[in-house]
Write a protein that binds this ligand. Structure first.
Ligand code: PLP
Length: 484
């Protein structure tokens, strides 16, 4: 198993990035200090040592980053699916941050408000689906998911249904790592060490049409099979005990799993039938990743809750939040309930100012239009790789795409275990790195290569990335026969 987690080894061989000889002494000192004083997220610290230093990314411009040795790479993952504006707007956004810091560096959103948070909540309500008018701010995505769960629990309690304590989520999905959010995450390697988890969650199939037994039977049959499974899970748990269904518009982990037509609308109907709240986890899919403010708008459904983070500030500040529908907000406004939740930095004034500036830039520069108009080029460039024998499937939308890597594209036989890890981590990632591209290679579910470039990049980036992928994948296809 490749040591991928959400952070992935996609940036995988970042550690192979710089040979010490080329790195200036000041950066070498920092690499040593990083080894001495940091715990990197989801990283095997023992894999770093003399001559195998922790990579230092020191600069960014447009859709490229530069490492400590001066090498330049395509930032094919927008940082971690978050740098929606790329690396070129830091100075402008920084001015907005500096102004806010000079005026009011901090006040909370606990019983008081401040102008940037109010402006931001208003801006989001104006851009979200029309029934979602209220925002609770957090510092990131896991906290947003925690917040969704706690409001769902309290909402049901206010309806006289405190017994609704279970949730439905999907296998392979990533919803964060704090103990509540981790309950929804459907990736065993993230969960197992921490079980039993805080929330009882029933995990159902993802929308991987390439792998699901009904995936080849046409959209209608596939949608039906997926929704029937959700219904069965609810019946099994007891419909009166289920509080929330949580899913991403396009599921990230597992590889950009676009739902079949009617899937989300079907989830909506199931939730309505059983009195369950529907949460769209848009930590990745909002703010243009799939071409609209929110993924629910792109796919045409009406969730009760939306969680967001990452791209709201173009990753220039750590911020997230929860949007709730008027229905969900009601008991918290009419005195039936009071939300028992708060986070010191949720809605931080500087973060709010940064988000407002990012929204201004998204609109001024037509960033989401750019994503929508690049989509056909992305599809065409990546589907052009399907002739490589180890490329089984290409899927995604907007600036959010994955290739599924298989041993045999005729039979869909997957690479598994240590072979998958070797092929992704040692062979493919090394080659992609050598060619100057950072992307994600992930074998937590079936092995995938994932790309999600900044939303400001033009269509040419997809040809550039496909060119690099071709070199790496053809090399990996050649080497694949070495291990069975
Ligand atoms: N939900 C989804 C869909 C995510 O992709 C992520 C992170 O990648 C999270 C939640 C957790 O967000 P964070 O890492 O900001 O806590």
């Amino acid at each position: 198993m490749t040591e991928t987690t959400d952070v992935g080894r996609s940036e995988p061989s970042l550690e192979d990035l710089s040979s010490p000889a080329e790195v200036p002494e000041e950066y070498r000192r920092l690499q040593r200090k990083a080894r001495e004083h940091m715990i990197l997220h989801f990283s095997d610290m023992a894999s770093y040592g003399d001559g195998h230093e922790i990579p230092l990314i020191v600069e960014g411009e447009g859709y490229r980053v530069t490492d400590a040795s001066g090498r330049s790479f395509i930032d094919g993952l927008s940082g971690l699916y978050c740098l929606n504006l790329g690396h070129s707007h830091g100075a402008e956004i920084g001015e907005a941050a500096a102004e806010q810091m000079a005026r009011l560096p901090y006040t909370s959103n606990w019983t008081v408000a401040h102008p940037p948070a109010v402006e931001l909540a208003t801006a989001l309500a104006e851009r979200a689906p029309s029934h979602l008018n209220r925002v609770f701010f957090t510092s990131g995505g896991s906290e947003a998911v925690e917040s969704a769960w706690k409001i769902a629990r309290q909402w049901h309690e206010a309806q006289g249904q405190p017994q609704r304590r279970k949730a439905i989520a999907r296998r392979d999905a990533y919803h964060g790592v704090t103990m509540g959010a981790l309950s929804f995450t459907g990736i065993p390697s993230c969960r197992t060490a921490f079980e039993p988890l805080a929330v009882p969650v029933h995990h159902v199939s993802s929308t991987n049409a390439y792998r699901h037994p009904a995936g080849g039977e046409g959209d209608e049959a596939f949608t039906r099979a997926l929704l029937d499974e959700v219904e069965d899970a609810i019946e099994f748990e007891g419909p009166e005990t289920v509080a929330m269904i949580i899913a991403e518009p396009v599921q990230n982990a597992g590889g950009c799993l676009v739902p079949p037509p009617g899937y989300w609308q079907g989830l909506r109907q199931i939730c309505d039938r059983h009195g369950i709240l529907l949460c769209s986890d848009e930590v990745i899919c909002a703010f243009g990743r799939i071409g609209e403010w929110f993924g629910a708008q792109r796919l045409g459904y009406e969730p009760d809750l939306i969680t967001f983070a990452k791209g709201v500030t173009g990753a220039h500040f750590a911020m997230g939040g929860l949007m709730v529908s008027d229905k969900v907000a009601a008991p918290f406004l009419d005195g039936r309930s009071s939300y028992l939740h708060g986070i010191t930095f949720g809605g931080h004034p500087v973060g709010s100012a940064v988000a407002l500036k990012s929204i201004e830039i998204f609109e001024r520069e037509g960033v989401f239009e750019n994503v929508r108009s690049n989509e056909a080029k992305a599809k065409q460039a990546l589907e052009g790789l399907l002739d490589i024998p180890i490329v089984g499937d290409v899927r995604g939308m907007g600036h959010f795409w994955a290739l599924e890597i298989v041993r045999d594209s005729e039979t869909k036989e997957p690479f598994e275990g240590e072979v998958a890890e070797w092929l992704l981590k040692d062979v493919l990632s090394e080659k992609l790195f050598e060619q100057g591209m950072i992307c994600r290679l992930d074998d937590r579910a079936d092995p995938i290569v994932q790309i999600a470039p900044p939303l400001t990049a033009g269509p040419e980036i997809f040809d550039e990335m496909a060119g690099i992928l071709r070199v790496g994948l053809e090399h990996a296809a050649e080497r694949a026969g070495e291990r069975t």
